[in-house]
Design a protein around this ligand. Structure first.
Ligand code: MF3
Ligand code: CO
Ligand code: CO
Length: 263
């Protein structure tokens, strides 16, 4: 494990990147409604990031390798049974859908990564509950971040809250260190999967994401043929919320806080 402790200069860069990522979610929120396509949302976010923020949308072409096409769009849009990494397309949002928009931007070399859920019109009570409990999982985890806490504390509190509400926790995807790299060490598991090799004690100057994916049905996921879209195997709904965090001397700073949130 190679956890990079951020310098004061890095931290300033991460604050700017985090704020910009949060501002993309704030900008897009009034546009998310029935009838809009996820391609239109992608275009609005892309243009805002590139032209207004003078930043880079990190997902675009991410993960390109010989024989593998990179991610084709600038944001991820994950609707209903899509767990994460949904690709924007021509399908229109409809009343009752629940959708995650995940934004990652790069500004002056630093990454800010954040996502939130949107409910289109109203949805069934179990979907509302799933979206709310998943946000509570994130908030409970953020609450215990401080120097001296352990990564495993995060997974424990998320799993306990999800299970107490009869939901399950996705294990195939996790949070991550973040900085000049999009996905740095450590891996941040959202379930009780730690041992002495992958657990670590949180220290001032660490920056990482917490981004629990919580399912209404079984925890298992499946990758679609496009090589990106992860769905629940049982096709029941999944929700996710994500923030980028800084461990401070005495607690945590939520680098991607939106103005609707009071931490
Ligand atoms: N933003 C995602 C995360 O939270 C990663 C998206 S990678 C992509 O780590 F290529 F699918 F965009
Ligand atoms: Co992330
Ligand atoms: Co993300």
């Amino acid at each position: 494990m190679n956890v990079i402790i951020k310098t004061p200069e890095d931290i300033e860069g991460m604050r700017v990147a985090g704020r910009l990522a949060a501002e993309v979610l704030e900008m897009i929120t009034p546009h998310v409604k029935a009838g809009v396509t996820t391609d239109e949302l992608d275009r609005l976010c892309h243009d805002y990031i590139v032209n207004e923020q003078k930043a880079i949308p990190a997902p675009l072409n991410y993960g390109a390798a010989p024989g593998r096409q990179g991610f084709p769009k600038s944001i991820c849009t994950s609707i209903n049974h899509v767990v994460c990494h949904g690709i924007p397309g021509e399908k229109k949002l409809k009343k009752g859908d629940v959708m995650n928009i995940d934004v990652t931007i790069i500004k002056d070399g630093y990454h800010g990564d954040t996502s939130k859920m949107f409910i289109i019109g109203d949805t069934q009570p179990f979907n509302e509950r799933l979206v709310q409990v998943t946000q509570e999982c994130l908030y409970k985890a953020i609450d215990l971040v401080r120097p001296g806490a352990r990564l495993s504390d995060i997974g424990r509190v998320i799993q306990a809250h999800a299970h107490a509400n009869h939901f399950t926790v996705v294990e195939e995807y996790c949070g991550h260190g973040i900085g000049k790299g999009f996905h740095e060490d450590p891996q941040v598991l959202h379930y009780n999967g730690y041992n002495e090799n992958n657990d670590c004690i949180l220290q001032e100057g660490m920056t990482f994401t917490i981004e629990p994916m919580i399912n209404a049905g079984k925890k298992n996921t499946k990758l679609l043929g496009d090589g990106w879209t992860a769905v629940t195997k049982d096709r029941r709904s999944s929700a996710q919320w994500e923030h980028t965090l800084l461990v401070t001397a005495d607690g945590v700073e939520v680098l991607t806080r939106r103005s609707e949130e009071n931490f």
